[in-house]
Design a protein around this ligand. Structure first.
Ligand SMILES: [Mn+2]
Length: 317
């Protein structure tokens, strides 16, 4: 498919479990097909807990992309602004993503090699590539572990509204190739929650997107938890700390933080910006909310919401 070595890469801002799983697994798939392939990611965020970091993950930590020496495959992102600045958009030969907004841009550029689809996890698309190539039996247990974990994490344990039958099928098919403890779902979320409670504001900053909406620019963070009610009792102050941060011109940053509470089946949406709060109330018809004066509002929604679903509504994509 390519006469140059291929770099499979996630967005430059940060890497979550889905990005990591896709990058290293697709690297393996390409190598099995005989391509010279590498995998790089941005800094790993809180969705990759310590237990996972100890797996022998086949990422090329010291490889730096330099423009025209490589061709690029983007995984789990398609927004051109998040491409590594030293890579060239014109050298992108394939894109796998499940975020909305840049489908037309990429299909005009690379046609059918743009695989941007409405599935719950990008990892599902990568597993389907293994199957298409008849390489399922060759997947390493670490990559199977990563793809499996990415699918259940990105679909909020198969409970988010974006979960597709393809995600369920992929997870079921991958499971026999994994080597995971029997209580893995619980252990995964427990680890994330522990890490998170120790350092809430930093962990939120590690999973933040910067979004422009009309003349507002805002930070949009997301945290997924098995049950967020305990966190909210203990850590509201951390949200307020984030929301009251000021820049060098003494302007407050605008924030939305989506705290997903999987077992409760709802999201808690924190915001410190009135226009955004109005948007969130319009979109999510929250069941309750807690006003915190100048510090903002926390809305409790009546279903699970993912950041990308909220964004699609806010930006009317
Ligand atoms: Mn994803």
């Amino acid at each position: 498919m390519s006469n140059k070595p291929l770099i499979v890469m996630g967005g430059s801002a940060y890497a979550d479990i889905d990005v990591l799983a896709c990058a290293v697994s697709y690297k393996q798939c390409l190598r099995l097909k005989g391509c010279d392939a590498f995998a790089i990611t941005g800094p790993w965020n809180q969705t990759i807990p310590p237990h996972v970091r100890n797996w022998p993950i086949d990422v090329d930590k010291n490889l730096h992309c330099s423009g025209c020496d490589y061709h690029y495959v983007l995984v789990d992102f398609s927004d051109p602004q998040y491409i590594d600045p030293s890579a060239s958009l014109n050298s992108v030969v394939e894109v796998f993503d499940h975020h909305w907004g840049f489908e037309n841009y990429w299909s005009a550029k690379i046609g059918k090699k743009a695989k941007i689809e409405k599935v719950g996890a990008c990892a599902t698309l990568i597993w389907e590539e293994f199957k298409r190539a008849g390489l399922e039996d060759k997947i390493t247990s670490v990559n199977a572990n990563l793809l499996y974990t990415a699918i259940f994490a990105n679909t909020l344990n198969f409970r988010s509204a974006v979960t597709h039958a393809r995600d369920r099928a992929a997870a079921k098919e991958i499971l026999p190739y994994t080597l995971l403890p029997s209580n893995w779902h619980k252990q995964y979320y427990d680890e994330i929650e522990n890490e998170f409670l120790q350092n809430t504001s930093n962990k939120i900053m590690e999973d933040t997107k910067i979004i422009s909406f009309g003349n507002i620019t805002f930070n949009f963070g997301q945290v997924e938890m098995a049950n967020a009610s305990q966190f909210l009792r203990k850590s509201l102050d951390s949200l307020i700390t984030i929301g009251s941060r000021v820049d060098k011109n003494n302007n407050k940053d605008n924030w939305i933080v989506n705290i997903v509470s999987i077992e409760e089946g709802c999201s808690y949406l924190y915001s410190n910006c009135n226009e955004l709060i109005a948007q969130l109330k319009r979109i999510s018809s929250p069941s309750t909310w807690k006003e915190m004066g100048e510090d903002g509002v926390v809305l409790a929604t009546n279903r699970l919401w993912l950041r990308k679903e909220l964004l699609r509504e806010i930006l009317s994509l």
